[in-house]
Design a protein around this ligand. Sequence first.
Ligand SMILES: Cc1cc2nc3c(=O)[nH]c(=O)nc-3n(C[C@H](O)[C@H](O)[C@H](O)COP(=O)(O)O)c2cc1C
Length: 203
Amino acid sequence: MTRRFLFLLGSSRPDGNTELLARRAAEQLPHGTEQRWINLAEHPLPDFEDLRHDSDHVRPREGAAAVLLDATLAATDVVIASPLYWYSVSAHTKRYLDHWAGWLRVPGLDFKATMAGRTLWGVTALAHEEQEVADPLVGTLRNSAAYMGMRFGGVLLGNGSKPGDVLRDTEALTRAKTFFAQEAPLARFPYEEGGADVRDVTP
Ligand SMILES: Cc1cc2nc3c(=O)[nH]c(=O)nc-3n(C[C@H](O)[C@H](O)[C@H](O)COP(=O)(O)O)c2cc1C
């Protein structure tokens, strides 16, 4: 089956370290793998409005939400390429993920069932040298994948502050070469490590 990678760029500036690192990793994708790149800043989503318990969400048919929903549904692999902002994903990225909660409630869309078994990946750049400060971002993506029944390929981390810095992080560039070749197991919540059942909690 042809894999279709959707790269969602979440930085608030163009040509940043996160995108540079993501493009290095994407260069290694096998020939024939489809790639679509969308800069979330160029497709501004409205603030998410939580109608989950009031009325049905309606499938967006135009604008940024329609573009992003259709691109998400078409992807076998969704790559969240977000810089580390305040130890988590950027606001552009978070707003996109919040819209998933609405798409889950669009009648007939079966968003969760459609995304189940597909793969979520992360790429991030951060200024901090110690990578564990990115744990909240990693947890956000991993737990979101677990909720959706998706696979999780992990997060490719690179160091840098100003644009281009990440190209001096030789260890990150080495990891980028094989990142997408890694196995992506079904995501699990931390409490499931021992094999407990998935509990159906929000969103
Ligand atoms: C709003 C904002 C918040 C940031 N928060 C963090 C942070 O929590 N930890 C960190 O190591 N770097 C932080 N940084 C630095 C960026 O992660 C770093 O500059 C990164 O290279 C930006 O990625 P980009 O070049 O793809 O935009 C922050 C930068 C901004 C603008």
